[in-house]
Design a binder for this molecule. Structure first.
Ligand code: PMP
Length: 447
């Protein structure tokens, strides 16, 4: 037997052992530990390709859960990490600061909607939502303290079908029924829910869509610290794109009833919907914004919560004299350094043109699927393409078929969707959509 053949056999055995250990001991998101969905071993990723240890190279349609913007293994993003690591990877943010964090905060203030000029850096999307909710609650606590009033504003209002993360405060504003968190209902903070927006992006607006929302504001405003919403796109709730007038009305109602507006741009920020921030579709500024996912171009976990000076000053003048949060890895230098370069790359690469090109291709490519007898609806906004099926997918089977077809697409429920890195070409998008067309014809891929 040749040495090469022996090496290949040995590495196959190593990979099989790794996967077996993974299956037996490593939790993966939203899958059973006793009977897990299969995981595929990745050796490397480059550009829009995810390279499996088994040899297949897959075109990535997911951007690693909507976070990768400029592709994997990008020389400039890699260089930013190496350069920063050569100085320091991390220092505590209590009492210390550093240029990468300061420069990033400056960029975020410049780019986000007007009025958001205080930045809290944190670890992940869910944590940034925790921070936003805590900021709103502490703001009203401080205000009551300063004005010598009783504290009444201790609840949040949101819309059904939303998703804001997996930590406890975030879960309490996720959809109460279809959300994944009903098990924890008894220990969750009890908040108020309006019906989900029902008029789609691009459809004719009618004020009826906010009737129930108005009533809830009217009825509960004295209890409401904040209203929280994903702007324009309800992502995990099924990639539903709603009318910008709905978001505009949310801003009006928050102003009218003295309630803070938290906008969760974790999935929509940095160009995904065709605007730099989805709030821009409604031409509004929130009081608090949450950013995450694409912030580092999908390289590292980092999130940011920005708020107005009024919120920051009120909290700082309150009983505690400071905001009550401070994670160990706050302002992590590696994450900030890579975020700075990722934001620069957005502009260098002309993100608007990238997103417009993807949107145009997706609209053309998904058009024929509108009449597919397994498809209920197809929709496209910016670099997001969604195919809502009439039946739920069989995740294990459909995933295996996608891998065989050379693509990485991970559907959930009845939804097959694509959110590719912005550098994807039309030819690569075509391969993704062809793979979807193929699996739509296969009964075994659906339940
Ligand atoms: N908010 C929204 C709108 C999201 O889409 C997500 C993640 N899918 C989160 C919050 C939570 O972010 P993370 O997974 O980084 O905690």
């Amino acid at each position: 037997m040749s040495k090469k053949h022996t090496d290949v056999t040995a590495s196959k055995q190593i990979n099989a052992d790794l996967l077996q250990f993974d299956k037996e001991h490593v939790w993966h998101p939203y899958t059973s530990m006793s009977s897990p969905l299969p995981s595929y071993l990745v050796e490397s990723a480059n550009g829009v390709h995810i390279n499996l240890a088994s040899g297949e190279s897959l075109i990535d349609g997911m951007s690693s859960w909507w976070s990768v913007l400029h592709g994997y293994n990008h020389p400039k993003l890699n260089a930013a990490l190496v350069e920063q690591a050569g100085k320091m990877s991390h220092v505590m943010f209590g009492g210390l600061t550093h240029p990468s964090a300061i420069i990033l905060c400056k960029k975020l203030i410049q780019l986000t909607p007007a009025g958001l000029d205080k930045v809290f850096l944190c670890d992940s999307g869910s944590v940034s939502v925790e921070v936003a909710m805590k900021m709103a609650l502490q703001y009203w606590h401080s205000k009551a303290h300063l004005e010598n009033n009783a504290l009444t504003k201790t609840k949040l209002l949101t819309v059904k079908n939303g998703y804001h993360g997996d930590t406890f405060a975030a879960m309490s504003v996720c959809d109460p029924v279809t959300g994944m968190h009903q098990i924890f209902e008894q220990v969750l903070m009890q908040n108020y829910f309006a019906p989900a927006p029902s008029i789609n992006f691009g459809e004719q607006w009618h004020d009826d869509d906010t009737k129930a929302l108005r009533q809830l504001f009217n009825q509960h405003h004295h209890e409401l610290a904040a209203f929280i919403i994903e702007p324009i796109v309800q992502g995990t709730g099924g990639m539903r794109f709603y009318h910008p007038q709905y978001l505009k009305t949310c801003r009006q109602l928050c102003d009218q009833y003295n309630v803070l507006l938290i906008v969760d741009e974790i999935a929509t920020g940095f160009g995904r919907t065709g605007k730099l921030f989805a709030c821009e579709w409604a031409d509004i500024s929130p009081d608090i914004i949450c950013l995450g996912k694409t912030l580092t171009g999908g390289y590292m976990t980092l999130a940011a919560t920005l708020c107005t000076s009024d919120i920051a000053n009120t909290i700082s003048n309150g009983e505690a004299g400071c905001f009550m949060h401070g994670p160990t890895f706050m302002g992590n230098a590696l994450a900030c350094a890579v975020a700075n370069v990722s934001i620069d790359l957005l502009f260098e690469n002309n993100w608007q043109l990238q997103v417009q090109t993807i949107e145009k291709s997706l609209k053309e490519l998904l058009q024929p699927l509108k009449t597919n007898n397994r498809v209920k609806d197809t929709r496209v906004l910016g670099s997001i393409g969604a195919i809502e099926c009439l039946q739920a997918v069989n995740v294990a089977v459909i995933q295996k078929r996608f891998v065989e077809l050379g693509v990485w697409i991970r559907p959930f429920g009845t939804l097959i969707y694509i959110i590719p890195p912005l550098i994807i070409t039309t030819a690569q998008l075509t391969t993704l959509v062809n793979a979807i067309t193929t699996v739509l014809a296969e009964d075994k891929c659906f339940i």
